[in-house]
Write a protein that binds this ligand. Structure first.
Ligand SMILES: Cc1cc2nc3c(=O)[nH]c(=O)nc-3n(C[C@H](O)[C@H](O)[C@H](O)COP(=O)(O)O)c2cc1C
Length: 328
């Protein structure tokens, strides 16, 4: 019988399937359902750095909010809602911990390491087993040097590592000028994990309404090839765990990521499409495949098709459809 036990961020998971941070990890009811359907761990919906800063300023009685690096955010958000959401967030973590016996990972959407990391203490106190930093800064400022933009990620990690006694994972996008090198360097900062990659709201155009509209909120599993390539290339050298996110919808998708070298896989869209029960199908699908192939533990096949294990290392580096274009 296949044993799916996995160690991720130093935590013991009964299997490598993680419920990714989303609207489906935002209530105890859904968290229980995810647990009942077998997920190995859950990343709670992100709280925003801005919400944390609003709460911090409130406790300092700074009604006019001086000192914050985000004065403009108060034009967009209702301040009392932001303060409430912090207490609700901490309560959700502690309620989730009481409700289910699997690791609960807190998540902060952050764009700096400037003020909010002191708050990590409260996330730890609330009982989170680890923290995932969901960082994304769209490199759209054409005047900002790329080193400056990339440095923000390293600063945030350093600031959080100073206060965190629980493991830290960083969830990033693929918008870096030198993606492979940046992932490698981030993996050497002392964090325990990197989540590759987040998937974002992206604009589309409705040609009938002549409007810019949101594109698909949910992924398809055709999108899995992007994280697959980078996990396949970097899992042999990365100095921390790699967790796959984007495009994992089925057991087959999850197995591909594990073969490329991922420690865990994170799923959001497939649960929206197929219901949370999809989690048990993914887990039983991994088990049956392992039984069929004669693997008893995940370590026996993890990374077997990474750039190190693969007999043809060029497979992950190839980028042109030479034969296809040459043919027709
Ligand atoms: C409705 C929705 C809400 C999400 N909210 C968050 C969030 O709060 N924090 C975060 O890090 N990622 C969030 N994500 C991104 C997912 O965690 C995941 O990285 C992304 O959807 C790619 O995985 P998938 O292909 O399984 O959907 C959200 C995704 C969806 C669809």
């Amino acid at each position: 019988m296949a044993d799916l036990k996995t160690n991720y961020l130093g935590l013991n998971l009964k299997n490598p399937l993680i419920a990714a941070s989303s609207g489906l990890t935002n209530s105890v009811k859904d968290i229980k359902e995810l647990y009942d359907n077998g997920v190995g761990a859950i990343v709670i919906k992100s709280i925003f750095e801005e919400e944390i800063i609003a709460e911090m300023n409130k406790s300092l009685n700074q009604t006019n909010r001086p000192g914050t690096i985000y004065p403009e955010i108060f034009d967009f958000f209702d301040i009392s809602d932001m303060e409430d959401s912090v207490s609700l967030y901490l309560k959700l973590i502690s309620n989730a911990k009481e409700a289910v016996p699997i690791p609960i990972i807190g998540s902060v959407n952050c764009v700096s390491g400037d003020e909010w990391p002191v708050f990590v203490d409260r996330i730890q106190e609330a009982g989170a087993d680890a923290i995932e930093l969901n960082m994304f800064i769209l490199p759209s400022d054409m005047t900002r040097p790329k080193e400056d933009f990339e440095q923000v990620y390293f600063n945030a990690v350093e600031a959080v590592k100073k206060v965190a006694s629980i493991p830290v994972a960083l969830k990033i996008s693929y918008f870096f000028s030198n993606l492979g090198q940046t992932i490698q360097k981030l993996s050497e900062t002392g964090i325990q994990g990197l989540v590759l990659f987040n998937r974002f709201y992206s604009p589309d155009i409705d040609i009938n309404k002549m409007q810019v509209v949101p594109s698909n909120i949910y992924s398809s599993n055709a999108e899995l090839t992007l994280p697959l390539r980078w996990i396949g290339m970097l899992s042999p050298t990365a100095k921390c765990d790699l967790s796959a996110s984007t495009g994992v919808h089925t057991a087959e998708d999850a197995i591909k990521m594990l073969l490329a070298g991922a420690k865990t896989v994170q799923v959001a869209s497939s649960f929206y499409h197929n219901g949370i029960k999809q989690a048990s199908d993914i887990i039983s699908g991994i088990e049956s495949w392992m039984d069929k192939k004669g693997f008893t533990t995940i370590d026996e096949f993890r990374g077997k098709l990474s750039s190190k294990g693969n007999i043809n290392p060029a497979a992950y580096e190839r980028s042109q459809f030479m034969k296809h274009f040459a043919g027709k």
